[in-house]
Design a binder for this molecule. Structure first.
Ligand SMILES: Nc1ncnc2c1ncn2[C@@H]1O[C@H](COP(=O)(O)OP(=O)(O)OP(=O)(O)O)[C@@H](O)[C@H]1O
Length: 665
């Protein structure tokens, strides 16, 4: 599966980097203003009650209800207390209550937001459903409802406002967590058998911290205003305590006598809200710069692990020698989209098998099924065996995969967790699977980084992925696979995102790793040249099915399926005429949901006849010899090359066709 990326708000950079960018943001005019205002507010909250406390509470019956004057900048209240002093003193309580409510909202939001990532699918869905219902409830009504339940007063108001924030923050965190959960590095952690809780703490949380901070700043503004509202209505802070909302309430009754008594606390609420908004803006600027430049993986949902409806396995389907085996694999998605149809393949210990085909042919899903990683709501049927264990029948056996299966993804940027040091990520494998101590695991990580050719591995182990080049990241990721003792490496287009020289280094590294470890390889690639260089055997997929399987030695000379030959014909060579358009296969492959009767390639095949359009060809031994199977009614034979429309001369050109061989039989 191509590592599709979308722009998003999830942090893809490490915390230090975020802190550095935040510092830069705070040096901009908006940032500097936000920082200065926040410091002033904090100073007022800390020093205000100490300096102005007495003046604010001193009753002076000789100066009641006075207007603005030199002695009383904002006038006095009905007991002769100085309103300016009271507004300053109220800063501490107002901020304390507002921030407490925000903290409650944040903690509740994190708990509910991360719960679906930690709980099983069913419980997770229930939590998501509850949050969905709560989000639909109008916020203000929710606050009033809760305030009534918890009772009038500061504590009740803090609880009411805090709890009313929970659904919105929980929904946001759920969305962020889901998008991080779809990243390659979380998939890797799953393959490694890392528990859900640990994945959330180590991989998800550090990567959502940035947008959560941003939304928390906005929530603080909201709770400040909500508090002022509740106190104004008499549901919040009660006498003799006072916050800005309460002062506003008291001042409003005298607004015609002394407008400043009502305006001052109102202005204080607005200004404090602005400070929070400015701080949020400064954080947003930080994120804005990052999101413009960076991309994060598209959301994927939790791993589907289901056995129901699997096709019956017959004893003949089990290959005793296979390390990994798929039998009658079918992967479908809701809406009748079947992406993989009846695929059977096996990889023997130490063998290198290539999986090729156009984009969308089902290669990645086939490999993901083997790694137990088909994304939800994908439905997997058939038999998936690894080292004799039936992974679908016993999902827990998938946990065993961690040490024995290494997966290399296309995009090295998304394979490693951007928030963790590379050494620590590698070390996690040994800690989880080999039970090594932190120190020993780190030493092994350094050793493995050296083994994959990372220069100065000790220093590099302390760095984060963004400090590595693309090729180095891919090497480090391969090194991660070597932390345990992999018996199978699944490499999904491991070189596509790299430039040509680095591609060669990574392929050589894979070859060396295989030679050293004896691991088998399932290599997914668009590039037949790469597959021919690295693999022993090739399977060609088209529209979710394997249409040809043959030894690599026969690929370029003996391919029998018109599709395989067309793929070969489309490879430019040194003799390709650069003045002519490159060869392509006309038409497009069918969509996973499309009804296909007969051969899926028939509409694009120059040799298709009526039988091809009406009857599905199954994989059957080809004339080429042992290990060569083809799903075509009229397979080609000969020297390979570009498929041309030679329908008229078909029988003489292609040698023995299956139709003829069947007729002979
Ligand atoms: N999560 C999903 N939901 C729905 N359809 C999906 C999902 N993942 C893959 N598919 C569909 O399944 C088909 C096969 O996808 P897959 O990624 O296996 O193809 P591929 O051969 O690996 O392609 P590529 O070379 O582009 O990675 C595609 O048509 C794709 O649209």
């Amino acid at each position: 599966m191509a590592a599709t990326t979308v722009r998003g708000v999830v942090s893809a950079e490490p915390p230090e980097s975020f802190a550095r960018r935040l510092r830069q943001s705070l040096r901009t005019p908006i940032g500097a203003a936000a920082l200065a205002a926040a410091l002033l507010l904090a100073a007022l909250a800390v020093a205000g009650p100490v300096v102005f406390g007495d003046q604010a509470s001193k009753i002076d019956t000789s100066a009641m209800n006075q207007g603005v004057s030199g002695a009383h900048l904002l006038g006095t209240d009905s007991l002769g207390r100085d309103i300016a002093a009271r507004v300053i003193v109220a800063t501490r309580l107002t901020l304390r209550l507002g921030l407490s409510a925000t903290a409650i909202g944040l903690v509740g939001g994190l708990l509910l937001g991360l719960a679906p990532s930690v709980l099983g699918r069913r419980a997770g869905r229930a939590v998501t459903g509850v949050v969905g219902v709560l989000v639909a409830f109008p916020g203000l009504l929710f606050v009033l409802f809760l305030a009534t339940i918890f009772g009038i007063g500061s504590t009740g108001a803090v609880l009411a406002i805090g709890l009313a924030l929970v659904p919105t923050l929980a929904r946001l965190i759920q969305n962020l967590a889901t998008s991080v959960a779809g990243s390659d590095y979380v998939a890797t952690a799953r393959i490694l058998g890392v528990g859900r809780f640990r994945i959330v703490v180590r991989h998800v949380l550090p990567n959502i911290v940035e947008p959560v901070v941003l939304f928390a700043a906005q929530a603080a503004t909201g709770s400040l205003i909500a508090f002022a509202g509740l106190s104004f209505l008499g549901l919040g802070v009660q006498s003799p305590d006072y916050d800005w909302g309460r002062l506003l309430n008291e001042g409003l009754s005298r607004i015609y006598v002394n407008p400043a008594s009502a305006l001052a606390p109102g202005v204080a609420v607005v200004l404090a809200g602005l400070v929070f908004a400015l701080l949020g803006e400064a954080v947003a600027q930080t994120g804005g710069r990052r999101t413009a430049a960076r991309a994060v993986p598209a959301a994927r949902t939790p791993v589907a692990m289901n056995a129901d409806g699997g096709l019956a396995q017959t004893p003949a389907d089990v290959d005793g020698d296979a390390l990994a085996q798929l039998t009658h694999l079918r992967v479908s998605f809701p809406g009748g989209r079947t992406a993989v149809r009846d695929v059977s393949l096996s990889v023997a210990a130490g063998e290198a098998v290539g999986l090729v085909g156009e984009s969308g042919s089902g290669k990645s899903l086939t490999a993901l099924a083997l790694a137990h990683l088909v994304p939800y709501p994908g439905h997997v049927q058939g038999v998936v065996r690894f080292d004799g264990h039936d992974l679908l029948a016993d999902p827990r056996s998938g946990r065993r995969l961690g040490a024995e299966l290494a997966m290399v993804f296309q995009d090295p940027m998304t394979s490693l967790n951007p928030a963790l040091r590379v050494g620590r990520q590698l070390a996690e494998v040994s800690e989880v699977h080999l039970g090594q101590s932190r120190k020993a695991a780190l030493a092994r990580a350094v050793d493995r980084l050296a083994a994959v050719g990372i220069p100065d591995p000790e220093r590099r182990a302390r760095q984060r992925p963004h400090e590595y080049s693309g090729g180095m990241r891919q090497r480090a990721f391969i090194g991660m696979g070597l932390m345990a003792e992999p018996r199978l490496i699944i490499a999904d287009e491991p070189t596509t995102a790299l430039d040509v020289t680095v591609q060669k280094q990574v392929l050589e590294l894979l070859g060396r790793v295989r030679a050293d470890s004896g691991a088998a390889l399932l290599l997914i690639s668009h590039d037949l040249g790469v597959v021919a260089e690295v693999c022993d055997r090739v399977l060609v997929m088209y529209a979710g099915r394997v249409v040809e399987e043959l030894p690599v030695s026969r690929l370029f000379q003996g391919a029998a399926h018109p599709y395989t030959r067309a793929l070969i014909g489309a490879i430019p060579t040194m003799t390709t005429d650069l003045d002519r358009e490159l060869a392509t296969i006309p038409g497009r492959p069918p969509e996973p949901g499309e009804e296909i009767s007969g051969c899926a390639f028939a509409t694009r095949c120059a040799f298709a006849r009526d039988r091809c359009r009406g009857e599905l060809p199954v994989l059957a031994p080809a004339a080429g010899g042992a290990g060569h199977r083809v799903a075509c009614w009229y397979p080609r034979a000969g020297d390979g090359g570009t498929v041309t429309d030679d329908t008229d001369t078909d029988d003489t050109d292609t040698g023995i066709t299956r139709a003829e061989s069947e007729a002979v039989a």
